[in-house]
Design a protein around this ligand. Structure first.
Ligand code: C2E
Ligand code: MG
Ligand code: MG
Length: 625
């Protein structure tokens, strides 16, 4: 009897089956479909062997030919089912589940499968014994092989059509599985005596199992929790099939600068144990110090989250604390991208408990729409630079201006920097944005039109982030060279926060630029964490008194004393003062009295576009210098 191959295959499938069902499982649609496919493969092999044995008995000993025929029918019907389940497994993971055409296609294949099975059942089938080889033939067998071919070809076409969206490993595994199957079916179709299909399909299952469905990479070796890879597969699966979920996340924050390995291990083990105790629901390790548990509904999540104290207790004798992020309803977010963006953004918060309510999600959306606005503005040249002149008290003219970035929406509306600079700093877009602003300023200065009407210098704002990411000296010198800009035309405004963030890099960059002849101002002095040390040791030539600080000059005596004293100190250090936010004539008079060198404010001019700024210079600085 030619059942050796089938027996081998049965043995292989049985092993995979046992391993697969003993593993820690995630509730994924893919896994359910794989289980269905592998069960069909298992049943198919059993009936394949059974039918071979029965044909032998029927032909040689005349034992129950009707039952033999029935067994053969069941075998080829399961073969068709196996093809159909294989197609469903592949198509469900690749086709966009929510699209109507995909749903229709699914129904069509379902109808083909049902009608096909009925036809296979009613059509005639014969079995044959040829020496020691048995095989079946007849209309029923031909229809079954034809249907199998349809399902395999449909699977291959789907895989090829979606080759760009499926990960490389999945693509290779799918193609190998289908290729082997198709080849075996072809051989068996041409030479029915070679019963290869059963073995080939078992072999295909081995490939799928090892490459795609073996979840060892989904299990974190240190904790036994699911990994971050498993989480992304899980989240994508849930969104794809519209199955809502809730999530509880815990992050360990170490309170010491250096975390000993043993201590970290200890905290991780204890936290993961505390999370596993939060229910039979799957727990994941998202990164070294972040964990989560997912629930089917929010009530259960909130119920379990009440045990937060238990996780706190888990690490309360270590120099560590936890922050918790609760996502009650995954459907509040538009899909996996938004979900992970949310996770990425809010996992870092310092707040102890954060709940992903509508307000927080909307804030994220706004931030994201601003991110897109910046990208769009950069791409379509809608970044503009406005100029705000400074009044030079000694020379009674406007010889310096601050460059202030704006984004113009498609409808012409102007977006102020307060709305997008913080986002740009967070997303890193400040790098290209800052470069664009600087390039525009250089282009403007290179025309020399403004210089003809007395402009001597433009002040450009630089964010702390620009020092963190890249050496700013490179782009500054690049554009200055490209546009033939004299270094004394440029002054860079930095803030104390920028100085505090990465002081050594900052000083290094400043030195390079100062050697080239560029000067620096300390912006927003008097806000937040003013630190005298900064302006004592930083190579700056101007101090800009912030609007809120100068306002105090007019509002209360104490601030007036501090401001006057500060101005005095600054002058003794041979630095000059710019007063920001001056809006009235009285304020101008008082600033003059205090001896500041430059006055910036709406009293003289708001920030204005390039052309209006040129007109302003012509009108206020008079004729060409
Ligand atoms: P800043 O550098 O302190 O700029 C001065 C801000 O004060 C400007 O706001 C200006 O319009 C406003 N201002 C000037 N005079 C008056 C006044 O008399 N009254 C009032 N109420 N406000 C006045 P703007 O243009 O909205 O810029 C806000 C901030 O955005 C800037 O503050 C600066 O930190 C940042 N920024 C602007 N452009 C850039 C840029 O190109 N790069 C970077 N990194 N930051 C920029
Ligand atoms: Mg500024
Ligand atoms: Mg300022």
């Amino acid at each position: 009897m030619n059942i050796e191959l089938q027996c081998c295959a049965l043995f292989i499938i049985f092993t995979i089956f046992v391993m697969f069902s003993r593993e820690k499982k995630l509730d994924l649609m893919n896994r359910k479909l794989f289980l269905r496919a592998i069960s069909a493969c298992f049943a198919c092999l059993i009936f394949d062997i059974l039918s071979i044995i029965m044909i032998n008995k029927a032909v040689n000993e005349g034992v129950s030919p009707a039952l033999t025929l029935f067994t053969c029918k069941v075998y080829i019907m399961i073969l068709v089912m196996q093809g159909y389940f294989g197609y469903m497994y592949a198509a469900t993971s690749m086709l966009p589940g929510k699209e109507t055409w995909a749903k229709t296609l699914k129904i069509i294949f379902h109808i083909i499968f049902i009608t096909g099975e009925i036809l296979v059942f009613v059509m005639p089938l014969k079995y044959e014994l040829d020496g020691r080889i048995v095989y079946t033939h007849g209309l029923s067998a031909t229809a079954a092989y034809f249907l199998c071919a349809v399902f395999i070809i449909a699977t291959i076409i789907t895989t090829i059509a979606y080759r760009k969206v499926i990960p490389g490993r999945r693509l290779t595994a799918m193609l190998l599985w289908q290729g082997i199957w198709l080849l075996a079916a072809l051989i068996q179709f041409i030479v029915p005596q070679i019963l290869l299909v059963g073995f080939a399909s078992a072999f295909g299952m081995v490939i799928l199992y090892i490459q795609l469905e073996n979840p060892s990479e989904y299990i974190d070796a240190a904790t036994g929790l699911f990994t971050t890879n498993a989480l992304s597969v899980y989240v994508f699966d849930r969104y794809k099939f519209g199955r809502r979920f809730s999530m509880f996340t815990a992050k360990i924050h170490y309170l010491t600068a250096f975390v000993e390995f043993d201590m970290q291990q200890d905290a991780v083990t204890r936290t993961s144990r505390a999370l596993i105790a939060l229910g039979p629901e799957p727990a994941f390790r998202i990164d070294d110090d972040t964990f989560c548990v997912v629930y089917d509904d929010k009530d259960r999540m909130f119920e379990m989250a009440k045990n937060i104290k238990r996780q706190k207790d888990a690490v309360n004798d270590l120099p560590a604390k936890g922050t918790y992020l609760l996502i009650p309803d995954s459907m509040e977010m538009s899909g996996p991208d938004e979900f992970f963006r949310f996770l990425h953004t809010y996992l870092e918060t310092e707040q102890e408990i954060t709940v992903a309510d509508k307000e927080l999600i909307n804030r994220l959306r706004e931030q994201n729409s601003i991110k897109e606005l910046i990208d769009d503005a950069l791409k379509n040249d809608r970044v503009e630079v406005f100029y705000q002149p400074f009044y030079n008290v000694k020379k009674s003219c406007f010889n310096v201006a601050e460059a202030l970035v704006r984004i113009r929406r498609e409808n012409g509306e102007i977006v102020p920097p307060g709305l997008f600079i913080p986002v740009a700093e967070e997303t890193g877009q400040i790098i290209p944005l800052g470069m664009r602003v600087f390039e525009k300023v250089c282009r403007f200065l290179s025309s020399q039109k403004a210089q003809e009407y007395g402009l001597e210098q433009v002040e450009v704002n630089v964010s702390a982030a620009q020092f963190d990411y890249e050496n700013p000296a490179t782009f500054v010198s690049k554009y200055m060279e490209e546009y033939n800009i004299k270094p004394e035309w440029i002054n860079l405004e930095i803030t104390e926060t920028a100085a505090a963030r990465n002081r050594d890099v900052m000083l290094l960059n400043m030195d390079k630029l100062i050697n080239m002849g560029v000067t620096f101002s300390l912006d927003d002095f008097g806000t937040g964490r003013s630190n005298l040390e900064y302006f004592i040791n930083m190579p700056i030539s101007n101090i800009k008194f912030d609007q809120s600080f100068t306002q105090g000059f007019f509002d209360n005596d104490k601030t007036r004393y501090v401001l006057t004293g500060m101005a005095d100190i600054v002058h003794k250090m041979n630095l000059s003062v710019v007063s920001e936010g001056i809006e009235t004539k009285e304020q101008v008079m008082m600033m003059k009295e205090m001896g500041v060198e430059y006055i910036q404010g709406f009293y003289f001019s708001k920030p204005i576009p390039e052309n209006n700024f040129l007109e302003f210079l012509i009108q206020n600085n008079g004729k060409k210098v």
